[in-house]
Ligand binder design. Structure first.
Ligand code: NIG
Ligand code: FE
Length: 409
């Protein structure tokens, strides 16, 4: 089955397969009256109509912006339950870390995830993925981290694996066993770290499709020394490493991400100048999550400073049941403009090519170029500026995933 998207009003895409660093972030080409042909899941032609191949199906995009499918490079997709009860606690003035310290927050989701069957988690995950696709997301990273014991961490990863196989979405799996200290290790932190290093990491490293290891480096969670130890062992076992760093408090996450050589460091709300320098120097991609700042009512990461200091940045949702129950990537894209002061072109690169590079898929996805996977969004918006300006409504018209129309609105 081949498809020709023709008369495209505005085609907006980055180019290439490498993360765009610093001022390169705005290297997005805008062109008009273009066509894209796709066949067998691959983009086979981008150019003017007169040279376009004849296809089985044609879509007229004369009123539409067209971009690559969005890449959500930081999500916690698979979890049991929800946490709407915490809304009241927040309104009463309790902070995110207060709730966690009392055994709520992440730990309450750990309980629900342990309690639910693989099937329950799978059915829920599948629905969430459909919702993500409807909002233009075509590839996601999915972290474990709500098991905090081997059995449940593996259950979450297995759900992600099955969803990758059965759903239209592509999923990339990350092990986040060091997401919090579980209640049974509340007063035995060293023992839990030993369990992660000596048991969980070696066992999870055997799964070829779990290439990444993440950790929550934060006050009252894993401190800098513990994070360094765990990530160093993870690297020795062959994982590429990531961290949730400088999210709530500044404890030197950015500096450590540079020192350890993380592929990405995520949140970075409180990162220092030195941290930003360290990450830029080691080509750590900053995954910024403005919808989390919004929902926790916190500061926003210093994205402009990161761009100025030549870091590569990506934007993602952080979809999870606690700090960010939003899975619509269009919302953090809008916040990236209004709060980070990124331009629409910069924010687009951050959710396409740079997002793809966070999960090492830059060769396959993230741009509209011949040879890349046909993951394409046709927007109700006529141009890129409009997409970032009409916040609050889902602006997706059509989503093509692997060369197949999977959403039509
Ligand atoms: O990225 N900070 C750690 N993990 C998630 C939140 C997880 C949760 O609250 O359930 C985050 O914000
Ligand atoms: Fe997160």
């Amino acid at each position: 089955m081949s498809i020709l998207i023709k008369n495209i009003k505005e085609l907006a895409t980055a180019k290439g397969n490498k993360p765009l660093k610093g001022i390169e972030l705005s290297n997005v080409e805008i062109s008009n009256d273009q066509c894209i042909a796709v066949e067998k899941g691959i983009i086979t032609y981008v150019g003017k109509l007169k040279n376009a191949p004849v296809c089985d199906e044609e879509i007229d995009a004369s009123e539409n912006l067209v971009t690559a499918g969005l890449v959500d490079s930081h999500t916690h997709l698979v979890f049991g339950g929800w946490r709407q009860k915490e809304l009241q606690l927040k309104l009463e003035g309790q902070s995110y870390l207060d709730i966690l310290k009392q055994g709520g927050g992440i730990l309450s989701t750990v309980q629900s995830t342990r309690d639910e069957s693989e099937e329950q988690l799978y059915v829920k995950g599948k629905k969430l993925l459909e919702e993500m696709l409807e909002h233009g997301t075509t590839t996601i990273e999915s972290k474990s981290g709500y098991g905090l014991n081997l059995e449940t961490e593996l259950k979450q990863l297995e759900v992600g694996r099955r969803l990758n196989k059965d759903s239209k979405m592509d999923l990339v799996l990350t092990f986040l066993g060091a997401h919090a200290f579980p209640k049974e290790y509340k007063d035995k932190h060293e023992d839990f770290i030993k369990l992660i290093c000596n048991d969980m990491l070696p066992k999870v490293s055997k799964y070829e499709d779990v290439k990444y290891c993440d950790i929550f480096c934060e006050t009252a969670v894993f401190n800098v020394e513990e994070t360094e130890k765990i990530l160093t062992i993870a690297k020795e076992l062959g994982f590429k490493v990531k961290m949730h760093g400088d999210e709530i408090d500044y404890i030197g996450g950015g500096e450590l991400a540079g020192k350890v050589g993380c592929i990405s460091a995520e949140h970075l709300i409180q990162s220092s100048d030195n941290g930003i320098e360290a990450m830029a120097k080691k080509s750590v991609i900053g995954v910024l999550l403005p919808a989390t700042s919004f929902y926790l009512d916190k500061d926003y990461a210093r994205a402009r400073e990161m761009v100025k200091r030549n870091m590569a940045i990506a934007i993602a949702t952080d979809f999870n049941p606690g700090s960010t129950p939003n899975l619509n990537l269009q919302f953090p894209m809008m916040l990236a403009c209004s709060k980070y002061k990124l331009t629409p072109k910069e924010a687009l690169s951050a959710v396409t090519l740079n997002g793809a590079c966070v999960i090492e898929r830059g060769d396959e996805i993230g741009t509209i170029e011949v040879g890349k996977k046909a993951d394409i969004v046709i927007w109700k918006a006529p141009d890129l500026n409009y997409l970032f300006y009409r916040y609050g409504s889902n602006q997706v018209k059509t989503v093509i995933k692997n060369g197949e129309i999977v959403v039509k609105r």
